[in-house]
Design a protein around this ligand. Structure first.
Ligand SMILES: [Zn+2]
Length: 399
Protein backbone atom coordinates (compact mmCIF):
# COMPACT_ATOMS: atom_id res chain seq x y z
CA UNK A 1 0.00 0.00 0.00
CA UNK A 2 1.26 3.50 -0.86
CA UNK A 3 2.60 5.59 1.97
CA UNK A 4 0.83 8.80 2.86
CA UNK A 5 4.01 10.85 3.15
CA UNK A 6 4.13 14.45 4.28
CA UNK A 7 4.98 17.01 1.62
CA UNK A 8 7.96 19.35 2.01
CA UNK A 9 5.83 22.24 3.27
CA UNK A 10 4.26 20.12 6.02
CA UNK A 11 7.66 18.83 7.15
CA UNK A 12 9.05 22.35 7.16
CA UNK A 13 6.15 23.68 9.25
CA UNK A 14 6.39 20.80 11.74
CA UNK A 15 10.12 21.51 12.19
CA UNK A 16 9.57 25.24 12.68
CA UNK A 17 6.64 24.83 15.07
CA UNK A 18 8.85 22.52 17.15
CA UNK A 19 11.72 25.04 17.10
CA UNK A 20 13.81 22.38 15.29
CA UNK A 21 13.98 20.46 18.57
CA UNK A 22 12.95 16.86 19.18
CA UNK A 23 9.49 16.99 20.81
CA UNK A 24 10.53 14.19 23.20
CA UNK A 25 14.18 14.74 24.24
CA UNK A 26 14.43 18.44 23.19
CA UNK A 27 17.64 17.75 21.25
CA UNK A 28 18.43 20.36 18.60
CA UNK A 29 18.00 18.82 15.16
CA UNK A 30 19.66 21.48 12.99
CA UNK A 31 22.97 23.28 12.76
CA UNK A 32 25.52 24.68 10.30
CA UNK A 33 27.56 22.05 8.49
CA UNK A 34 31.30 22.43 7.96
CA UNK A 35 31.06 20.94 4.45
CA UNK A 36 30.46 24.37 2.97
CA UNK A 37 29.37 27.76 4.18
CA UNK A 38 25.88 27.05 2.85
CA UNK A 39 25.34 23.48 4.09
CA UNK A 40 23.03 22.52 6.90
CA UNK A 41 23.19 19.50 9.18
CA UNK A 42 19.66 18.32 9.72
CA UNK A 43 18.92 15.25 11.84
CA UNK A 44 15.23 15.82 12.53
CA UNK A 45 12.37 13.72 11.23
CA UNK A 46 8.74 14.60 10.56
CA UNK A 47 7.32 11.39 12.02
CA UNK A 48 3.82 10.04 11.53
CA UNK A 49 1.67 9.76 14.61
CA UNK A 50 -0.74 7.36 12.95
CA UNK A 51 1.35 5.12 10.63
CA UNK A 52 1.80 6.28 7.00
CA UNK A 53 0.80 2.91 5.57
CA UNK A 54 -0.87 -0.29 6.61
CA UNK A 55 2.25 -2.44 6.35
CA UNK A 56 4.14 -4.74 8.64
CA UNK A 57 5.88 -2.71 11.32
CA UNK A 58 3.52 0.22 10.95
CA UNK A 59 2.45 1.65 14.29
CA UNK A 60 -0.77 3.33 15.42
CA UNK A 61 -2.21 2.86 11.91
CA UNK A 62 -5.82 4.03 11.81
CA UNK A 63 -7.87 2.71 8.83
CA UNK A 64 -10.70 5.10 9.75
CA UNK A 65 -8.85 8.25 8.71
CA UNK A 66 -8.51 9.45 5.12
CA UNK A 67 -5.28 9.70 3.11
CA UNK A 68 -5.53 13.48 3.38
CA UNK A 69 -5.76 13.32 7.17
CA UNK A 70 -2.87 10.86 7.35
CA UNK A 71 -0.53 13.22 5.52
CA UNK A 72 -1.81 16.36 7.19
CA UNK A 73 0.24 18.38 9.69
CA UNK A 74 -2.13 17.24 12.48
CA UNK A 75 -0.76 13.69 12.06
CA UNK A 76 2.91 14.72 12.31
CA UNK A 77 5.35 15.21 15.15
CA UNK A 78 8.93 16.55 14.93
CA UNK A 79 11.51 14.18 16.43
CA UNK A 80 15.23 13.43 16.45
CA UNK A 81 16.12 10.38 14.33
CA UNK A 82 16.56 8.25 17.44
CA UNK A 83 13.09 9.01 18.80
CA UNK A 84 11.54 8.67 15.34
CA UNK A 85 12.82 5.06 15.41
CA UNK A 86 11.87 4.54 19.00
CA UNK A 87 8.19 5.50 18.65
CA UNK A 88 7.86 3.00 15.81
CA UNK A 89 8.97 0.17 18.07
CA UNK A 90 6.65 0.79 20.99
CA UNK A 91 3.07 1.85 20.32
CA UNK A 92 2.07 1.05 23.90
CA UNK A 93 4.43 3.58 25.42
CA UNK A 94 3.85 5.97 22.52
CA UNK A 95 0.14 5.72 21.76
CA UNK A 96 -1.60 8.19 19.44
CA UNK A 97 -3.01 10.08 22.45
CA UNK A 98 0.38 10.18 24.15
CA UNK A 99 2.15 11.52 21.03
CA UNK A 100 -0.55 14.14 20.46
CA UNK A 101 -0.13 15.38 24.02
CA UNK A 102 3.71 15.38 23.76
CA UNK A 103 3.41 17.42 20.54
CA UNK A 104 0.97 19.92 22.06
CA UNK A 105 3.08 20.43 25.19
CA UNK A 106 6.30 20.80 23.18
CA UNK A 107 4.84 23.36 20.76
CA UNK A 108 3.52 25.32 23.73
CA UNK A 109 6.96 25.27 25.39
CA UNK A 110 8.60 26.50 22.20
CA UNK A 111 6.15 29.38 21.84
CA UNK A 112 6.62 30.42 25.51
CA UNK A 113 10.38 30.22 25.01
CA UNK A 114 9.99 32.35 21.89
CA UNK A 115 8.27 34.96 24.09
CA UNK A 116 11.37 35.04 26.26
CA UNK A 117 10.09 32.95 29.18
CA UNK A 118 12.50 30.75 31.07
CA UNK A 119 11.26 27.18 30.59
CA UNK A 120 14.21 25.50 32.26
CA UNK A 121 14.14 27.36 35.56
CA UNK A 122 10.41 28.01 35.50
CA UNK A 123 8.06 30.91 34.69
CA UNK A 124 4.51 32.00 35.40
CA UNK A 125 2.92 32.46 31.97
CA UNK A 126 -0.81 32.90 32.45
CA UNK A 127 -3.24 34.03 35.13
CA UNK A 128 -6.92 33.29 34.82
CA UNK A 129 -9.32 35.09 37.12
CA UNK A 130 -12.99 34.25 37.57
CA UNK A 131 -15.23 36.24 39.85
CA UNK A 132 -12.60 37.61 42.22
CA UNK A 133 -12.93 41.21 43.45
CA UNK A 134 -13.43 43.44 40.38
CA UNK A 135 -12.80 40.69 37.86
CA UNK A 136 -15.87 38.97 36.45
CA UNK A 137 -15.55 35.88 34.36
CA UNK A 138 -12.77 34.37 32.35
CA UNK A 139 -10.12 37.09 32.51
CA UNK A 140 -6.91 35.72 31.03
CA UNK A 141 -3.65 37.57 31.47
CA UNK A 142 -0.56 36.42 29.60
CA UNK A 143 2.72 37.15 31.31
CA UNK A 144 6.08 37.34 29.58
CA UNK A 145 9.52 37.81 31.09
CA UNK A 146 9.21 41.55 31.70
CA UNK A 147 5.77 43.09 32.17
CA UNK A 148 4.13 46.42 32.92
CA UNK A 149 0.62 46.76 34.40
CA UNK A 150 -0.89 50.13 33.52
CA UNK A 151 -4.20 51.53 34.70
CA UNK A 152 -5.92 54.07 36.92
CA UNK A 153 -6.65 53.43 40.57
CA UNK A 154 -9.36 50.83 41.13
CA UNK A 155 -8.75 48.87 37.94
CA UNK A 156 -7.43 45.74 39.64
CA UNK A 157 -3.65 46.08 39.22
CA UNK A 158 -2.87 45.60 42.90
CA UNK A 159 -5.43 42.80 43.17
CA UNK A 160 -3.57 40.95 40.43
CA UNK A 161 -0.22 41.51 42.18
CA UNK A 162 -1.80 40.16 45.38
CA UNK A 163 -3.13 37.12 43.49
CA UNK A 164 0.35 36.39 42.10
CA UNK A 165 1.90 36.76 45.58
CA UNK A 166 -0.90 34.98 47.46
CA UNK A 167 0.36 31.40 47.15
CA UNK A 168 3.53 32.35 48.91
CA UNK A 169 2.33 34.97 51.34
CA UNK A 170 -0.90 34.35 53.27
CA UNK A 171 -1.18 38.10 53.95
CA UNK A 172 -2.18 38.56 50.30
CA UNK A 173 -4.45 35.52 50.18
CA UNK A 174 -6.36 36.97 53.15
CA UNK A 175 -6.73 40.28 51.30
CA UNK A 176 -8.15 38.45 48.28
CA UNK A 177 -10.55 36.59 50.54
CA UNK A 178 -11.74 39.83 52.15
CA UNK A 179 -12.14 41.59 48.80
CA UNK A 180 -14.04 38.67 47.22
CA UNK A 181 -16.45 38.12 50.08
CA UNK A 182 -19.43 36.03 48.95
CA UNK A 183 -18.35 35.92 45.31
CA UNK A 184 -17.55 32.23 44.93
CA UNK A 185 -14.66 32.72 42.51
CA UNK A 186 -11.32 31.26 41.67
CA UNK A 187 -8.02 32.10 40.11
CA UNK A 188 -5.64 29.89 38.19
CA UNK A 189 -1.90 30.36 37.88
CA UNK A 190 -0.33 28.57 34.91
CA UNK A 191 3.28 27.77 35.43
CA UNK A 192 5.90 26.07 33.28
CA UNK A 193 9.06 24.31 34.36
CA UNK A 194 9.95 21.63 31.80
CA UNK A 195 6.23 20.78 31.75
CA UNK A 196 3.33 23.11 32.36
CA UNK A 197 1.08 22.87 35.39
CA UNK A 198 -2.02 24.67 36.63
CA UNK A 199 -2.51 25.88 40.20
CA UNK A 200 -6.14 26.67 40.96
CA UNK A 201 -7.21 28.52 44.09
CA UNK A 202 -10.95 28.54 44.81
CA UNK A 203 -12.37 31.17 47.15
CA UNK A 204 -15.74 29.84 48.30
CA UNK A 205 -18.61 32.18 49.10
CA UNK A 206 -17.97 31.46 52.77
CA UNK A 207 -14.32 32.50 52.23
CA UNK A 208 -13.01 28.99 52.48
CA UNK A 209 -9.99 28.28 50.30
CA UNK A 210 -9.60 25.13 48.22
CA UNK A 211 -6.63 24.16 46.09
CA UNK A 212 -6.18 22.11 42.94
CA UNK A 213 -3.02 21.23 41.06
CA UNK A 214 -3.67 20.03 37.51
CA UNK A 215 -7.35 19.52 38.33
CA UNK A 216 -6.60 17.32 41.35
CA UNK A 217 -7.61 18.58 44.79
CA UNK A 218 -4.82 19.11 47.27
CA UNK A 219 -5.02 20.20 50.92
CA UNK A 220 -1.74 22.09 50.85
CA UNK A 221 -0.25 24.12 48.06
CA UNK A 222 3.32 25.29 47.86
CA UNK A 223 3.88 28.25 45.57
CA UNK A 224 5.82 27.33 42.41
CA UNK A 225 7.33 30.83 42.40
CA UNK A 226 9.04 33.03 44.95
CA UNK A 227 7.46 36.49 44.87
CA UNK A 228 9.04 39.73 46.03
CA UNK A 229 6.32 42.37 46.00
CA UNK A 230 7.40 45.95 46.62
CA UNK A 231 3.97 47.37 47.23
CA UNK A 232 3.07 51.02 47.39
CA UNK A 233 3.15 51.40 51.17
CA UNK A 234 6.62 49.91 51.47
CA UNK A 235 8.63 53.15 51.81
CA UNK A 236 6.16 54.56 54.35
CA UNK A 237 6.50 51.32 56.28
CA UNK A 238 10.29 51.51 56.27
CA UNK A 239 10.49 55.19 57.13
CA UNK A 240 7.66 55.37 59.65
CA UNK A 241 9.71 55.25 62.82
CA UNK A 242 11.27 57.64 65.29
CA UNK A 243 14.05 55.17 65.80
CA UNK A 244 16.09 55.58 62.66
CA UNK A 245 18.82 53.16 63.64
CA UNK A 246 19.43 51.21 60.46
CA UNK A 247 19.40 47.87 62.24
CA UNK A 248 15.73 48.60 62.89
CA UNK A 249 15.35 49.24 59.19
CA UNK A 250 17.02 45.89 58.49
CA UNK A 251 14.60 44.21 60.85
CA UNK A 252 11.65 45.86 59.14
CA UNK A 253 12.81 45.05 55.64
CA UNK A 254 13.47 41.43 56.55
CA UNK A 255 10.04 41.13 58.19
CA UNK A 256 8.36 42.58 55.10
CA UNK A 257 9.91 39.92 52.87
CA UNK A 258 9.54 37.03 55.29
CA UNK A 259 13.30 36.75 55.83
CA UNK A 260 15.40 36.25 58.91
CA UNK A 261 17.25 39.41 59.87
CA UNK A 262 20.51 37.46 59.72
CA UNK A 263 19.74 36.50 56.11
CA UNK A 264 19.24 40.13 55.14
CA UNK A 265 22.48 41.14 56.87
CA UNK A 266 24.35 38.35 55.02
CA UNK A 267 22.83 39.55 51.78
CA UNK A 268 23.96 43.11 52.50
CA UNK A 269 27.46 41.87 53.27
CA UNK A 270 27.52 39.96 49.99
CA UNK A 271 26.36 43.01 48.00
CA UNK A 272 29.56 44.79 49.02
CA UNK A 273 31.60 42.65 46.65
CA UNK A 274 29.07 42.57 43.85
CA UNK A 275 28.05 44.78 41.01
CA UNK A 276 25.68 47.37 42.45
CA UNK A 277 23.03 49.10 40.34
CA UNK A 278 21.69 51.97 42.45
CA UNK A 279 24.23 52.64 45.16
CA UNK A 280 27.99 52.92 45.16
CA UNK A 281 28.74 51.04 48.37
CA UNK A 282 27.50 50.17 51.80
CA UNK A 283 29.14 49.69 55.14
CA UNK A 284 28.15 47.66 58.13
CA UNK A 285 29.66 49.42 61.12
CA UNK A 286 30.85 47.89 64.38
CA UNK A 287 27.55 48.53 66.05
CA UNK A 288 25.90 46.66 63.14
CA UNK A 289 24.34 49.78 61.77
CA UNK A 290 24.04 50.10 58.04
CA UNK A 291 25.43 53.02 56.14
CA UNK A 292 25.08 53.64 52.46
CA UNK A 293 27.10 55.56 49.94
CA UNK A 294 25.06 56.60 46.91
CA UNK A 295 27.75 58.15 44.73
CA UNK A 296 31.47 57.64 44.72
CA UNK A 297 32.02 61.18 45.98
CA UNK A 298 29.30 60.97 48.68
CA UNK A 299 29.93 60.03 52.32
CA UNK A 300 28.55 56.89 54.00
CA UNK A 301 25.23 57.78 55.65
CA UNK A 302 22.53 55.85 57.51
CA UNK A 303 19.20 55.41 55.64
CA UNK A 304 17.50 58.07 57.79
CA UNK A 305 20.00 60.73 56.70
CA UNK A 306 19.50 60.09 53.01
CA UNK A 307 17.08 62.03 50.81
CA UNK A 308 13.79 60.44 49.68
CA UNK A 309 15.22 59.60 46.25
CA UNK A 310 18.37 58.16 47.77
CA UNK A 311 16.56 55.91 50.26
CA UNK A 312 14.45 54.61 47.37
CA UNK A 313 17.69 53.72 45.59
CA UNK A 314 18.87 51.80 48.66
CA UNK A 315 15.58 49.85 48.80
CA UNK A 316 15.70 49.16 45.05
CA UNK A 317 19.26 47.88 45.39
CA UNK A 318 18.24 45.53 48.19
CA UNK A 319 15.15 44.18 46.41
CA UNK A 320 17.03 43.73 43.13
CA UNK A 321 19.84 41.82 44.85
CA UNK A 322 17.25 39.73 46.72
CA UNK A 323 15.58 38.83 43.42
CA UNK A 324 18.94 37.94 41.83
CA UNK A 325 19.77 35.80 44.85
CA UNK A 326 16.44 33.95 45.07
CA UNK A 327 16.23 33.33 41.34
CA UNK A 328 19.39 31.21 41.56
CA UNK A 329 17.46 28.70 43.63
CA UNK A 330 13.88 28.90 42.43
CA UNK A 331 11.69 30.73 39.92
CA UNK A 332 11.25 34.29 41.19
CA UNK A 333 8.98 37.21 40.31
CA UNK A 334 9.85 40.75 41.31
CA UNK A 335 6.83 43.10 41.47
CA UNK A 336 7.38 46.84 41.94
CA UNK A 337 4.62 49.44 42.21
CA UNK A 338 5.54 52.84 40.85
CA UNK A 339 4.13 54.46 43.98
CA UNK A 340 7.08 53.06 45.94
CA UNK A 341 9.65 54.74 43.79
CA UNK A 342 7.80 57.98 43.02
CA UNK A 343 10.73 60.00 44.35
CA UNK A 344 12.82 58.69 41.48
CA UNK A 345 12.65 60.93 38.42
CA UNK A 346 11.82 59.71 34.91
CA UNK A 347 15.52 59.08 34.30
CA UNK A 348 15.61 56.85 37.38
CA UNK A 349 12.65 54.82 36.10
CA UNK A 350 14.21 54.65 32.63
CA UNK A 351 17.40 53.35 34.21
CA UNK A 352 15.49 50.67 36.17
CA UNK A 353 13.73 49.49 32.97
CA UNK A 354 17.00 49.57 31.04
CA UNK A 355 18.84 47.29 33.44
CA UNK A 356 15.83 44.95 33.69
CA UNK A 357 15.85 44.50 29.90
CA UNK A 358 19.61 44.58 29.32
CA UNK A 359 20.85 42.45 32.21
CA UNK A 360 18.40 39.67 31.34
CA UNK A 361 18.13 38.54 34.96
CA UNK A 362 16.78 35.09 35.76
CA UNK A 363 13.68 36.48 37.50
CA UNK A 364 10.42 37.65 35.93
CA UNK A 365 9.54 41.30 36.41
CA UNK A 366 6.27 43.21 36.84
CA UNK A 367 6.15 46.99 37.09
CA UNK A 368 2.89 48.68 38.07
CA UNK A 369 2.29 52.17 36.65
CA UNK A 370 -0.63 54.64 36.74
CA UNK A 371 -2.27 55.52 33.50
CA UNK A 372 -2.38 59.27 34.08
CA UNK A 373 1.30 59.33 34.90
CA UNK A 374 2.42 57.24 31.99
CA UNK A 375 5.08 59.64 30.89
CA UNK A 376 7.33 56.85 29.75
CA UNK A 377 6.74 54.20 27.16
CA UNK A 378 8.10 50.77 27.87
CA UNK A 379 10.10 49.35 25.01
CA UNK A 380 10.74 45.59 25.10
CA UNK A 381 8.12 45.06 27.80
CA UNK A 382 4.80 43.25 27.77
CA UNK A 383 2.45 46.14 28.56
CA UNK A 384 -1.01 45.24 29.92
CA UNK A 385 -3.67 47.91 30.30
CA UNK A 386 -6.22 47.60 33.10
CA UNK A 387 -9.62 49.19 32.60
CA UNK A 388 -12.57 49.52 34.93
CA UNK A 389 -15.95 49.89 33.23
CA UNK A 390 -18.98 50.13 35.51
CA UNK A 391 -17.18 48.37 38.33
CA UNK A 392 -15.88 45.52 36.21
CA UNK A 393 -12.19 45.19 35.40
CA UNK A 394 -10.68 43.98 32.16
CA UNK A 395 -7.14 43.70 30.86
CA UNK A 396 -5.76 44.07 27.36
CA UNK A 397 -2.30 43.82 25.89
CA UNK A 398 -1.19 47.07 24.27
CA UNK A 399 2.05 46.06 22.60
ZN1 LIG B 1 14.77 12.83 20.73
Amino acid sequence: MARDDFNADTKNRLAKRAGYQCSICKKLTISASEESNKSVNSTGVAAHISGASDGRGSRRYDPQISHEERKSIENGIWLCSEHANYIDRDEFKYSTEKLLSIKKEHEKQISLKHEGLDIKNGSLYEIEVNNICLFNSNIKIRLKKNNVFIGNNGTGKSTLCQIISSLENSKYLNLIKLKSKGQNGYFKLKFIKSVSSKYRVIVNSNSRIEYEVDEVETPILDSPVKTLYLEEKFMAYVNNSYDFKSITTAKKISKFFNLKKSELISLLYSIRNKRKYFIHDLEITNSKELEFKIKNSAPFLPLANLSGGESVKVCLEIILQLAIYFSKFRPTILLIEKGVIHSLDTDGIKYLMKIIVEENFLFQFIFVDYDKEMDYIYPDMNVLKFINENGVSSVKTIN
